[in-house]
Design a protein around this ligand. Sequence first.
Ligand SMILES: C=C(O[C@@H]1C=C(C(=O)O)C=C[C@H]1O)C(=O)O
Length: 379
Amino acid sequence: MNEKTTEDLEKLRDLIDGVDQQLLHLLRKRLDLVAQVGAVKHSAGLPIYAPQREAAMLGKRRAEAEAMNISPQLIEDILRRLMRESYLNEKDVGFKQVKQDVGNVVIVGGEGQLGRLFGQMLTLSGYPVKTLDKDDWAQADTLFAEAGLVIVTVPISITCDVIRNKLTQLPEGCILADLTSIKTEPMAAMLAAHNGPVLGMHPMFGPDVGSLAKQVVVVCHGREQEKYQWLLEQIEIWGARLVEAEPERHDKAMQLVQAMRHFSSFVYGLNLCKEQADIDTLLQFSSPIYRLELAMVGRLFAQSPELYADIIFAQQDSMEAIGDYLENYQRALELLKSGDRQGFIDSFSQVATWFGDFAPQFQQESRAMLQSVNDMKSN
Ligand SMILES: C=C(O[C@@H]1C=C(C(=O)O)C=C[C@H]1O)C(=O)O
């Protein structure tokens, strides 16, 4: 580089640094304003997450961006990232308490990760939370005597036994709820163990979410909905979306969404391990999509093997879904083995037709994800 180029670059880079610093000041200003909105909403009992306001705001900023010859997607990406920050900061002010005087909330399995997350959210909303973990059963009677809500969140393999053996003497009006990722059996066990209000839930997220905004909680109604309606409203205030389902329909979906999905990730990891693949080399040669896939598989193995064993072994019928998958895999492999290229193309087209409008929609969605995977690279 000659001196002139170096000088020109330096000047421009100084100017860019100045603009970035102005951006920081603007960000500080925005965060402070959002904190004020948070405080106003908190005192009015409104959830921080306001989807209509977001949609309207994004629409306006996109149009303004276009008029300024800025990519609308750029401003949308930036604003969405900022809004995520807004939800995270909401924890600083806490949440409105929907119902006063409910008595103690006892979280059975409160030392587990999901138990801790719910304990934290309920505490931030002003409820007196007590945890009961495996070494605390001696105090169970005292804790339960004062309880207005008992939430069971113990490993799936022992959930029904805990309900059947330990939760039969709850006060009459106490709500019995669970967070198990299967619903049919725990619901039946809760309804049999307790005569009062019963509610089944399945939070469709892991304990590392940071905020519940936009996360889904599946709700299975058990008994006396009017008595636990406040809890559902409370969860909505945390920003989550409730999806009602019959336990059987939920469990059927979980065979595909959870058991089969996690099982095939497990086999993917198992295969890499058996093949003694060198992850550094794979990453060097990886396209963003491969990196994303590897990350999704790899993150499985950063978590508890017991948890995944529980999820995969929870339902007998999952075996069938996984068996069907294997069959389809084998049939597809046959196409390859017999060099049936046309057969492959035909089944590909069949699947594409079946996906319909979802295919281009998913392509669009994943483009943004893949681009951010690429952005995260530092070399
Ligand atoms: C700040 C607000 O709350 C949330 C955060 C928003 C943001 O960061 O711009 C927008 C809408 C809400 O989801 C608001 O309602 O204006």
